[in-house]
Write a protein that binds this ligand. Sequence first.
Ligand code: XMP
Length: 321
Amino acid sequence: METKEITIDELDPEKFIAEQVEKISSAVGNGSAINALSGGVDSSVVTMIGHRALGAQLRTYFIDTGLMREGEPEYIASAFKAMGVHVELVDAKKTFFDALKGHTDPEEKREAITRSFYKDVFGGLVRETGARYLLQGTNYTDIEETVAGIKRQHNILEQLGIDPVQQYGYNVLEPLLQLRKSAIRAVGRALELPEDLYSRPPVPGPALAARVIGEVTPERVAIVRAATTIVEKELSQTGAFQYLAILHEDRVTGMRDGKRDYGLQIEIRCWESTDAKVASPTRLPYETLEQLADRITAGVPGVVSVTYNVTKKPPSTIEAV
Ligand code: XMP
């Protein structure tokens, strides 16, 4: 792998920001660029670096893939508005759900998401705006896992031999390529992002699609979204690196109101990690686990089983897909 990591100990955030601002502005020159803000730490940091470099030459979009967490589009648009960044909302739900239809294999699902982002959505935005550059927040862990063949992260192109200019008609700039999550957070702090933006648990680019085992349909995403809202509320005080809910494909026999209920299973994961490279499950108090099970089975229609993952990464990975 050619990219060299800048570790948190080596990082000088102010210097890093100045260098990336310079690189972006000299690459884009008088042209224009676009970027997609997902609300995750990485894309939030890229948005702010991009705006420092390009000001009005950069247009920032929030792509509503239909795979986001509850209230996310509104929350992100208003948080960035408060920082003087206008975020344009793009409703791409149909594009993503059509592309995901019928796919159950994890890599096929990731491929469908990649194609929808780069070809359909960004391709369309580039044609509309005349932009020649796309800024994105690919990080060091994303490349490492893709190159190692563990997961094809949705945002990896060049490392897989994909030339974005040839394939999609625009260049991709990736200012965070050398950083892992803890270093990206330090840059977020130096950019004066609000703390709840740079310290939020990571959300993968494919968002809730990475947490639905089997076919990703609007109905199945709605179930995992409702469970996610509960998990995030209950676990936000743990200080854990990341916590999530996963919807399983298999059903199990349960019972409700004295009757058989062949229902859904939700798995909860909560991780201790600094860089997402290795991770171990948080030792949550049993009362917390019980409360999560009660709230999810009461609040999410059709769920009859809630489990907690106790496997480390490796051999597990953080997300299920
Ligand atoms: P895994 O599941 O591989 O995840 O242990 C490591 C970290 O990366 C996030 N993740 C992704 N981020 N695109 C992203 O931008 C993806 O396709 C993707 N898959 C996983 C995951 O949430 C964790 O923090």
